[in-house]
Write a protein that binds this ligand. Structure first.
Ligand SMILES: [Zn+2]
Length: 80
């Protein structure tokens, strides 16, 4: 069952704030997605809030939305 939070969160900052407000930023995603960052770096999303190892762009996804790569959003450089 989905918690429905994904539809209310419009951008990466909302997602990041939501996940951190629940204290879940260090939770693993349901699937380990490979992210290709804007800077050209590819890395594996190991936690649902994680920074690009190269440019520190913060990526965030909700726990319930983490099975779908399309739900992963960029929140901004060093946002987390
Ligand atoms: Zn990057």
């Amino acid at each position: 069952m989905s918690c429905g939070c994904t539809s209310k969160l419009k951008n990466g900052k909302d997602v990041c704030d939501h996940v951190k407000s629940k204290g879940k930023e260090n939770f693993p995603p349901q699937m380990a997605h490979i992210i290709t960052c804007e800077c050209g770096e590819s890395f594996t999303l190991q936690t649902i809030v994680m920074n690009c190892p190269k440019c520190n762009m913060t990526y965030a996804v909700t726990p319930c939305g983490s099975a779908d790569k399309n739900n992963i959003k960029a929140a901004g450089i060093n946002y987390a």
